[in-house]
Design a protein around this ligand. Structure first.
Ligand SMILES: [Zn+2]
Ligand SMILES: [Zn+2]
Length: 137
């Protein structure tokens, strides 16, 4: 029995992943027909009580990622790339007998040039072992 007692509902329960909270900024650098989008910020991953959804554990991770976009020949690129980050989602892997649980928070990022319409999609993510989360209770 690996449950921990939840201080809210006082049951021994399992944990489930809450929606990650994020604060991610980006900046764009242009070089010829190539744009580099740099992402930086923080992601807070949360483990909740599976019964009452109270927050039990958290992990705060820095996120850094770089995505490049190659423009079409002749594109008169501006700094005004459309950059969209989907909501981060938490995913759990491992947890078998010989592997430790690992939580990954990832989001799909869409970068589009409004001039030449080139577009790219990339995943950005952070991960941490479930055992390294900090207790909130
Ligand atoms: Zn609970
Ligand atoms: Zn372009």
């Amino acid at each position: 029995m690996s449950g921990i007692r939840c201080p809210n509902c006082e049951k021994f329960t399992s944990r489930e992943n809450g929606d990650p909270e994020t604060d991610v900024e980006h900046s764009v650098e242009n070089d010829g027909l190539k744009s580099t989008v740099n992402f930086s910020g923080s992601v807070r991953m949360i483990r909740n009580c599976a019964d009452c959804s109270g927050e039990l554990l958290e992990s705060n991770q820095d996120i850094e990622a770089e995505i490049t976009l190659e423009h079409q020949e002749g594109c008169d690129l501006s700094d005004d790339l459309d950059v969209e980050i989907d909501s981060f989602e938490a995913d759990e892997s491992g947890g078998g007998r010989y592997s430790k649980n690992k939580i990954t928070a990832s989001a799909l990022v869409h970068v589009t040039c409004p001039v030449c319409k080139v577009t790219t999609e990339n995943n950005i993510s952070v991960s941490e072992s479930a055992g390294n989360f900090d207790s909130l209770v």
